[in-house]
Ligand binder design. Structure first.
Ligand code: FAD
Length: 490
């Protein structure tokens, strides 16, 4: 037995001695913790499911002593492999630390990292409060995962992203020492803002064991519109033109003509009856009924001038029908090939047209199936490259086209990820985003806060080519069909 193996076994013995009841080493637990939404699998040595925050500190203290890699996991819905234990070691599954306490007077929510985002929204709504960040995965993803990735979603165009709602974070350093960054106050200008450094650091700098989130008043009504446009640029002018008109949509989603075509062949239904596929926008207004009515007047005027036709819905049931085209985008694409490279790039608002044109060019030049759709209110578009993994030629064309897209995003002043993070899947492109000084600064931060590389090693900094990996054949809980509407996939 090598010294390394002996060390790992000694560490595991100590872990079991100190925290026995919450340590799992059976095959099923190790398998379940070996992958996330990216579906590439690396087996850990143990899975630990803390019932109290202090146990997280004890796990990290031991891991640091024996130099065991630790990957923190919430729901495992990361699409970039962020929660995949690529270096083995221990998986810290914090999903059972899921308390939610709403403080209505201070308008905040005190949550464990395993609290499911949809549950935080539901419990806030009972007190007429609203936690706005709205990833499509909210029915199963956790607030810890959202904080680690600085998750976005559908309503960010009006309300902002996860970062905009985090007041304070409690947790543990990779050494196992307890810390609290920020306070449960509306303002905080006291010392370095490590809270914001942890947000979006993908579990590489610390483990969150409690978050206090800012809540806002719950909007009482919504009105939804679906509009078809003669071309991409008329649709993609919306974020800028609506802002000039003083209209603040809570949702502003775009689908290109190719994606609409794909959805129509999948569902067998025309999005607009009698109209051939065109680029579309899904727009939602929210607030109190009088402000919605006032905004609707201006929005309808703009739609009459700019779109070919539009539909609107006041009730949830009618809105569901308008949502259908957006919801079916990803399922429709999945039918086209067995592998997807799922990008969530972000560019300045007025560059979106250049990004979409680039996708059209790549589609024809590389003869590939590529859909572009998503949160155009934020300049955050999802580009899905569909290809068959066993077709060598098609796989290389997909990788080459993706590389060209990433360069274009960079040239347009954008970023390779707007909401999913880097994890493993975006590492081939992350270096192009930073100059030498910036990259060294990021490395220095990691080195200072985690000198023994305990937390999530292998993520962000090391190159991993997702297209070279065999994906495991498994259906994740949220991929089963339900009677209720499926989450909108990105
Ligand atoms: C159908 C579908 C739709 C999606 N839609 C969106 C969307 O609209 N917007 C969006 O932003 N994302 C979306 N995602 C991606 C995913 O849901 C988010 O990245 C989410 O934030 C991950 O949360 P999780 O609980 O699953 O975290 P995990 O996948 O378990 O972990 C994600 C990362 O967070 C770290 N982490 C988890 N918990 C902690 C903690 N307590 N402390 C420190 N680090 C931690 C992990 O180490 C990992 O790096 C979608 C995914 C799916 C499958």
């Amino acid at each position: 037995m090598s010294t390394n193996q002996e060390n790992n076994l000694l560490a595991l013995d100590n872990l079991k001695k100190n925290l026995g009841g919450i340590v799992r080493v059976d095959d099923q637990s190790l398998h379940d913790a070996s992958f996330d939404g990216l579906k590439v699998s690396f087996s850990p040595q143990a899975v630990i499911c803390p019932q109290q925050a202090t146990q997280v500190g004890e796990v990290l203290r031991l891991a640091n002593e024996y130099r065991i890699p630790v990957t923190t996991k919430g729901a495992g819905s990361s699409l970039t492999g962020g929660a995949t234990p690529i270096k083995g070691g221990w998986v810290l599954d914090v999903s059972q630390l899921n308390k939610i306490e709403i403080d209505a007077d201070n308008m905040n929510a005190r949550c464990g990292p395993g609290a499911v985002v949809g549950d935080i929204q539901e419990q806030s709504a009972k007190l007429n409060l609203f936690y706005p960040p709205d990833p499509s995965s909210k029915k199963f993803c956790t607030i810890g995962g959202n904080i680690a990735c600085n998750a976005g979603g559908l309503r960010c165009v009006k309300y902002g992203v996860t970062r905009d709602y985090v007041l304070s974070l409690s947790g543990y350093l990779p050494t196992g020492e307890a810390v609290q960054w920020g306070r449960a106050t509306r303002k905080f200008a006291t010392g370095y803002n490590i809270r914001d450094l942890w947000i979006g650091s993908e579990g590489t700098l610390g483990v969150v064991t409690e978050a206090v989130l800012r809540l806002v008043g719950k909007p009482v009504a919504q009105k939804t519109f679906l509009a078809a446009f003669s071309n991409d640029s008329s649709a993609l002018r919306a974020p800028i033109e609506l802002a000039r008109l003083g209209i603040r949509p809570s949702i502003l989603e775009f689908l290109d003509k190719w994606t609409v075509e794909c959805v129509q062949s999948f569902t067998g239904k025309e999005v607009f009856s009698g109209l051939s596929p065109h680029p579309v926008l899904l727009i939602e207004l929210d607030g109190d009924p009088s402000s919605i009515e006032a905004e609707s007047v201006y929005l309808q005027k703009w739609l009459e001038e700019s779109s070919i036709c539009y539909l609107s819905a006041d009730s949830n049931e009618a809105a569901e029908e308008l949502w259908e085209v957006r919801r079916q985008g990803s399922p429709a694409m999945k039918k086209l090939a067995n592998t997807k490279l799922n990008e969530d790039v972000v560019v300045p608002l007025k560059e979106q047209i250049n990004l979409v044109e680039c996708v059209h060019d790549l589609r024809s030049e590389f003869n590939l199936k590529i859909g572009v759709f998503g949160h155009c209110g934020d300049g955050n578009l999802h580009v899905n490259f569909m290809y068959n993994h066993e077709d060598q030629d098609e796989s290389s064309r997909a990788v080459e086209a993706l590389t060209r897209l990433m360069r274009k995003v960079h040239d347009l002043g954008g970023a390779i990820s707007g909401e999913h993070g880097i994890g493993l899947a975006k590492t081939p492109f992350v270096r192009m985003q930073f100059n030498e000084a910036e990259w060294k600064t990021m490395q220095a931060i990691k080195k200072t806060l985690d000198p023994n590389e305990i937390l999530n090693p292998g993520k962000i900094f090391d190159i991993f080519n997702p297209w070279d990996q065999k994906k495991i054949n498994t259906i994740l809980p949220w991929e089963h069909s339900h009677d209720e509407p499926k989450p909108v996939e990105t």
